[in-house]
Design a protein around this ligand. Sequence first.
Ligand code: MV4
Length: 501
Amino acid sequence: MFKKILIANRGEIAVRVIRACREMGIRSVAVYSDVDRAALHVRKADEAYHLGPAAAAESYLNIPKILASAKRSGADAIHPGYGFLSENPRFAHACAEAGVKFIGPTAAAMEMMGSKTRARQHMGKANVPFVPGTSRGVESVEEAARVAEKIGYPIMLKAAAGGGGKGMRLVHGSHQLRSALESAQSEALRSFGDDEVYIEKAILNPRHIEMQVLADEHGNTVYLGERECSIQRRHQKVLEESPSPIVDGEMRRKMGEVAVRVAQAAGYTNAGTIEFLVDQERNFYFLEMNTRLQVEHPVTELTTGLDLVHLQIRIAAGEKLPFKQEDVLLRGHAIECRIYAEDPDNNYFPSPGKITLLLLPSGPGIRRDSGMYEGWTVPIDYDPLLAKLIGYGTDREQAIARLVRALNEYFVGGIKTNISLFRRILNDAEFHAGKLDTGFLDRLLARPRADSSPDESAAQVAAIAAGVFAMLDPGTAAVNGANAAEPVSNWKRVGRREALE
Ligand code: MV4
């Protein structure tokens, strides 16, 4: 087993991996940029190495600097988290060259699944249902027109090297084809340095449902249930849940078996996710494979009772999966809210700054994976994800009720967050009915806001007022029933008073 793991990431996922290391008795090494000097992952790791300036290219994306830190610290493995270098085959290869185990798939598996057309070519051999279309880039408008006529409009033009909707165009008729193809190719070239664009039949109002898989290095591959990820804004997931409201046992088994075939066709090892598009008739089509641990992995952990990071580390250390497919039992329902430092009243623009007050939810069925703390300054330089709030319950309604209760306990002072957005989503009738598709959030945001019910906002104001008074005069805390035997610590009082001034 590894003695020391370097986490080549930051924020909540770095803290999450550090926690798994600590639970496994493995020393953890953090790396950080100038603006992350006081970040939570640096505080929690056993060791920390400075990478350089805030710019990702000078820090979290800088392979030589990260490998130099691994060498200096004597780390024998690296966990990439998600984003940054987590799906970069050159990084995986460089780790192997440096004799440091990359906790994830091989560079070859990453490369195969990194190109959507290469993936489709390989999936074709593995009897995997994918959206009708081409498995190679189109060479000309004429060729595109022929293919489109054959599969029928509307069609979707997509960048082979793409993801997240970049280089993607929905085309309703031949008259739009030339301009759409040219703009898709130029955006693909700009975004990915590769202008290959291919064609798929457009699935209208699809759901995005993904299947978690886990494969050890001895040929064992299992699926761990699906995640409903249809609630997205501009191709960024906002809220995810497991299980999906529309997947029953039969459909889960079928999707799981397809996902396992995809992973095996790719020679995949470690944790991976197969994304599907699901149409209104619940037909599912392979979309792409994510060769990393995903942000939303906690909802799978809660419904399976498994720790995916522990398992990733054990797999990378050469252990066999400690269970078989029939041992994977799903129980309950989990829903994750991604808490972003964004201003809902200003087009969700990032809202960096100092966190002056943090009132945190807890209690039955509530999990928080967080990278923030009171007094920390959220930098402008990176993705504004602050924390994930996950509610777990026996069923979907209990999970929703717990999440609504927890959101009303959550308060982040000093910056704006999207917490209010989740109250709107979780109170929405379509959401409660499980009527989700990738257009859900756009429809919700297009509707006029129903004011949050007065008692909720009053509860918030009361909670903040109580907190403020308790800070200003500990005696008040005693009067308000706070436990006088445990006066507010000097650290907290000084910190809070400073924050308030
Ligand atoms: C599609 C599609 C409809 N038909 N492909 C968006 C980014 C990438 N993950 C694939 N995406 C889509 N591909 C076909 N043939 C609709 C989308 C899509 C989408 C997919 C998943 C989650 C959110 C989405 C938002 C808009 C469009």
